[in-house]
Design a protein around this ligand. Structure first.
Ligand code: THU
Length: 131
């Protein structure tokens, strides 16, 4: 599948649907994410906050957990949206979460267009450094 074959509309729609499930009583900033996995399935996640603010789980945490729970795999493409459904950049920590499970050609739909993982997290630390 080439970059042009990525079903960006489906990914964005799935991320927007996930965003409606967010639990955000503190920030009131819902986030939804969706990813295309290398076997073709689409998984999603939303952010889940906590009265102990620092324990907030970003939407990407839910996504990588869903990935593991649904059989694992590698992320081919990723979309993240805010409460208006607009593209949102994943935070730095979550770029690292995504990096761990990237497919070699992973791409992200960002505020500045389609970007590679290397563009959004250059010179990344990763599993290769622990070998
Ligand atoms: N948030 C995410 O879920 N993912 C990101 O990549 C950026 C930030 C959430 C965490 C918190 O619930 C809210 O956005 C405001 O920071």
């Amino acid at each position: 599948m080439s970059e042009n074959d990525i079903p960006w509309d489906d990914l964005t729609a799935t991320a927007r649907e996930a965003m409606t499930k967010a639990y955000v009583p503190y920030s009131k900033f819902p986030v939804g994410v969706a990813a295309l996995i290398d076997d073709g399935r689409i998984i999603s996640g939303c952010n889940v906050e906590n009265a102990s603010y620092g324990l907030t789980l970003c939407a990407e945490c839910a996504l990588v957990s869903a990935l593991a729970m649904s059989g694992g795999g590698r992320i081919r493409a990723f979309a993240c949206v805010d409460g208006k459904g607009n593209a949102l950049m994943p935070c730095g920590r979550c770029r690292q979460l995504l990096y761990e499970f990237r497919a070699p050609d992973m791409v992200l739909l960002t505020v500045s267009g389609i970007r590679t993982m290397d563009e959004v997290l250059p010179d990344a630390f990763g599993p290769q450094h622990l070998a």
